[in-house]
Design a protein around this ligand. Structure first.
Ligand code: FAQ
Length: 322
């Protein structure tokens, strides 16, 4: 039975109280520290979904590497996609500090039982999508991950500090593509506007369901895994992004978007949560394609894993014989 579906053992209340006192004191929880089983499972769930997102997130942009409009653009896009692979590996390592095997987690991705971010189930139809993904998708990831850099689990927090530095660079390269297109020909501006129209609402969905429909938030806030709610982070992202859209001279596809002088927030329209539910249930525009691509990559890499295992076995035999 996979570890994550085994019945939850009952934790010792004295240990739980001591753990919660440490959390309340702002202490960082480290791999060898005692932690409630439920805390460990919540982190495993969240971190593995995050790692899967980074790896699946390579696909929409990987789609444009061969079609980048110049050598400079191609180089920076390859570097960005490579960075996402690094983030995935880094976070899988983080999950292993919780006592799980990354291959078990990876198998859950391949067999379709694990979630990954909804945003990567949308197609990348034009070059402008590369700019908009960098600007909006990495922008949303930064808002979420800057707060996660203060999460209570030490290895995850440290991973986020490092990853956010690279995500900031990704966002800048994306925004620079958007700027270039915004200052370009009418056809380039139109291509940019179309990409923003397609990616705006899915970017808002990255923050997860609204707080009233988020089953995990209360527990994660209690243990300071999350430091802000989904809605708080979504609002922060919108407040930061609207002025950037104005700077580009493009329209965000929401007729209800307006500044509220009282709350100092940008009010926005209703998110289509039925679309979100469909996408996370596996029925988004590219879910099937994304999983097929990951499965093919896994199969094609089998010889590398076999060779590494054979090499390790040979070395251990040589060590035993010495
Ligand atoms: N997509 O109770 P909540 C990136 C699920 S990295 C799919 O609110 P929670 C970098 C959720 O898992 C992007 N599923 O859940 C990059 C739960 O299902 P479960 C990934 C979603 O955990 C850029 C259920 O709905 N970032 O972009 C989504 O408290 C460019 C109920 O939701 C992270 O993973 C969604 N959008 O809050 C790479 C950050 N939202 O497991 C390449 C870490 C919710 O109970 C190119 N994660 N669900 O069956 C988090 O911050 C949180 O886990 C949330 C969800 C905020 C995603």
């Amino acid at each position: 039975m996979p570890e994550t579906t085994r019945p939850l053992p009952t934790d010792d209340p004295t240990q739980v109280a001591a753990f919660e006192a440490r959390i309340a004191a702002g202490e960082s929880i480290e791999p060898k520290d005692w932690m409630p089983e439920r805390y460990r499972r919540q982190l495993t769930r969240m971190m593995s979904q995050h790692a899967h997102s980074e790896i699946v997130g390579m696909l929409p942009e990987g789609n444009w590497i061969t079609r980048a409009p110049s050598l400079r653009r191609k180089l920076s896009l390859i570097a960005k996609v490579q960075d996402e692979a690094g983030h995935g590996l880094y976070i899988y390592c983080g999950t292993e500090t919780l006592g799980v095997d990354r291959f078990d987690l990876y198998n859950q991705l391949l067999d379709g039982t694990a979630k990954y971010s909804s945003i990567f189930n949308y197609p990348t139809l034009a070059w402008a999508d590369m700019g908009v993904i960098g600007w909006l998708v990495d922008g949303a990831a930064i808002v979420n991950q800057t707060i996660l850099a203060k999460t209570s689990y030490g290895p995850y927090a440290r991973a986020m500090v490092r990853i956010c530095k690279e995500e900031n660079f990704h966002k800048r390269q994306g925004y620079e593509i958007c700027m270039t297109l915004a200052k370009g020909t009418p056809a380039q501006r139109e291509m940019l506007q179309d990409a923003v129209n397609r990616f705006w609402w899915p970017s808002l969905m990255m923050f997860g369901p609204s707080d009233t429909h988020s089953p995990n938030t209360a527990e994660l806030l209690k243990w300071r895994v999350k430091r802000k709610t989904n809605d708080e982070l979504r609002q922060r992202f919108i407040n930061l992004t609207v002025p950037q859209a104005q700077e580009l001279g493009i329209t965000l596809p929401d007729p209800d978007l307006r500044y509220n002088a009282e709350t100092k927030n940008w009010d926005f329209g209703t998110i289509d949560w039925s679309e979100f539910q469909e996408v996370i249930a596996g029925n988004g525009p590219c879910n099937r394609e994304r999983l097929e691509a990951r499965r093919a990559a896994h199969d094609e890499g089998r010889w590398v894993r076999d060779a590494a295992a054979a090499h390790a076995a040979k070395r251990s035999q040589a060590t035993a014989a010495a």
